[in-house]
Design a protein around this ligand. Structure first.
Ligand SMILES: [Zn+2]
Length: 244
């Protein structure tokens, strides 16, 4: 590989890295959208649970109101009995019972007041969550259309880079291009080339043998790193520093 071929290969590598970046960017978009959707769904679940809580509270209040009403009916009946009571003893027993029912109702009514404020609070929270859901849904819609737009842009860029790449490959030595492609497609980072600095492969930090360095300095044969199998190259501009 001579210096001109190296430059072409580096240009190709640059395009492939760009393609890789665009593709992973493209793949990340649906994931981002799913995450956003999950945020909206989570809040929906929050609302459901809060609404259940509110319903339970209202049920409790209803039951307590029924209890109060039942005691009031009892008190009314006892008061009627009082009117026809003949003995002081009986009078005392009924009065005591009325007092006890009244005391119970007073406690229950205080309790109901407490529940009312809990109901108010829960209703307020439900309202807030509903506002939140509306906001999140709007955010999701905006995000979705933004991502659609971004995907179109990414596809346009990809088409452009891929067509440039297509044109470029015809310019390369077939064997060198084949070797490059074989390595590139097997590397998750798509990095098929490794710069050599201070006699070390920058792809994996393995030291090169003096013979390998000599081969590189001749600018003729192409060699790959024996450890990371990337195509090794020297930076022509910094080359003099290497020849000690
Ligand atoms: Zn290496």
């Amino acid at each position: 590989m001579n210096k001109a071929e190296l430059q072409k290969l580096k240009d190709l590598q640059g395009l492939d890295l760009k393609i890789n970046e665009l593709k992973s960017n493209k793949n990340s978009k649906p994931v981002q959208l799913t995450e956003k959707k999950k945020e909206a769904d989570d809040i929906q679940a929050q609302l459901k649970s809060k609404q259940q809580e509110l319903q339970d509270l209202k049920k409790t209040v209803d039951q307590k109101e029924v209890d109060v009403k039942e005691r009031e009916d009892k008190i009314t009946k006892l008061n009627m009995q009082l009117n026809v009571t003949k003995t002081n003893k009986e009078y005392g027993i009924i009065t005591k019972e009325i007092d006890s029912l009244k005391a119970d109702n007073s406690v229950t009514e205080d309790g109901i007041l407490g529940f009312f404020s809990q109901v108010d609070e829960a209703e307020k929270v439900c309202g807030e969550i509903k506002d939140d859901i509306e906001r999140k849904n709007k955010e999701y819609d905006d995000f979705q259309s933004q991502i659609k737009k971004e995907l179109v842009e990414i596809d346009e860029q990809l088409a452009e880079v891929e067509s440039t790449r297509q044109k470029m490959t015809g310019d390369l030595l077939p064997d060198l291009f084949k070797l490059y492609e074989k390595i590139m497609t097997h590397k998750p980072d798509r990095q098929a080339m490794a710069l050599v600095i201070d006699n070390t492969c920058r792809g994996c930090h393995v030291d090169l043998t003096p013979q390998e360095i000599n081969t590189l300095l001749k600018w003729k044969d192409t060699i790959v790193c024996r450890s990371c199998s990337r195509i090794l190259y020297l930076e022509p501009a910094t080359e003099p520093q290497k020849s000690k």
